[in-house]
Design a binder for this molecule. Structure first.
Ligand SMILES: N[C@@H](CCC(=O)N[C@@H](CS)C(=O)NCC(=O)O)C(=O)O
Ligand SMILES: *[C@@H]1O[C@H](CO)[C@@H](O)[C@H](O)[C@H]1NC(C)=O
Length: 273
């Protein structure tokens, strides 16, 4: 039966589902639809009716809707004709808030980072997303999601004010503190948590990726991108420069295992994200 996967080119967790799709299904088997997160299209009431959290990936299949990355990936694995190693607690770990790869992109630890990111993609993303939120919140069909919009407008508006230099000094300081903590958590993940569960070669799933690998591969690619890597080959250097130490051998081996696969090359053909 028809399956529609909702994705976006810059989305880290949609990429996990796209890696699974590219690994497990022949080209064209699964229809994908793009939901433009930059324009806040995930806040369209029509999309919120599908997924009340307004997040990607989302999968419609066989009359059901799968609304979290773990559920989408598990469904894709189960429905494929391939024997895929099921998800373990590793998937839960990599999705923990303290390792959030989206905040990895947004974090600013000081005025220099805030200024660089605020005038770059982050500033553009936060302001356009805000415009999208305001539009959908004001629409007739959006009335039923009032509480959802209010919360999103508050959080996104807070970040927008910081970027635009309109927030109270205290809000900015709190953001810098949270960012510094998050940066340290990401470093812990890369240097201690991942080496704790990664194999010396190949994948968590064995010779080929399993469910955990789709999640961890997408997470690691996003973290590589936040260190400034534009290609697979640059990541070892940019990770070392960002975190002040060479990436652990297991992380580099895992990076090599993923980035040489056709699925990874396909999903990240237009760049690491
Ligand atoms: N815990 C959720 C997180 C998914 C998520 O945060 N997706 C991002 C894209 S990578 C998203 O859709 N963000 C939309 C937003 O927060 O507005 C899951 O695993 O499905
Ligand atoms: C929305 O997100 C919350 C928190 O992550 C989760 O507990 C809930 O199950 C999600 N709802 C849907 C429909 O996915």
């Amino acid at each position: 039966m028809a399956k529609t996967l909702y994705v976006f080119a810059g989305s880290v967790w949609a990429a996990a589902a796209e890696l699974a799709t590219a690994e497990l299904y022949p080209e064209g088997t699964i229809e994908t639809k793009s939901v433009n997160l930059v324009e806040g299209e995930n806040f369209d009431p029509a999309f919120l009716k599908l997924n009340p959290n307004g997040t990607l990936p989302t999968l419609e299949a066989d009359g059901k809707v799968y609304t979290s990355t773990a559920d989408v990936v598990a469904y894709l694995a189960k429905e494929s004709s391939t024997n895929v190693k099921a998800a373990t607690e590793i998937t839960t770990t990599i999705h923990e808030q303290k390792y959030d790869p989206n905040f990895a992109m947004a974090l600013c630890r000081n005025d220099a980072e805030l200024s660089a990111k605020g005038t770059g993609l982050l500033g553009m993303f936060v302001s356009r997303r805000h415009a999208g939120l305001e539009k959908y919140a004001a629409s007739a069909d959006g009335a039923q999601f009032k509480a959802f919009y209010e919360e999103k407008l508050q959080v996104n508006g807070g970040l927008l004010a910081i970027i635009q230099g309109k927030a109270p000094e205290e809000a900015k300081t709190t953001f810098f503190t949270r960012s510094t903590e998050h940066f340290e958590n990401l470093k812990t993940a890369l240097f201690e948590v991942l080496p704790g569960f990664l194999p010396g070669s190949g994948f968590i799933g064995g010779d080929v990726p399993g469910e955990d690998d789709y999640h961890v591969g997408a997470w690691l690619t996003r973290i590589g991108a936040t260190t400034g890597a534009k290609t697979a080959d640059e990541a070892a250097k940019t990770i070392e420069a960002t975190y002040g130490a060479p990436a652990p051998a297991k992380v580099l081996a895992y990076w090599g295992a993923w980035t040489t696969r056709p699925s990874w090359k396909k999903v990240y053909a237009n760049g690491l994200h």
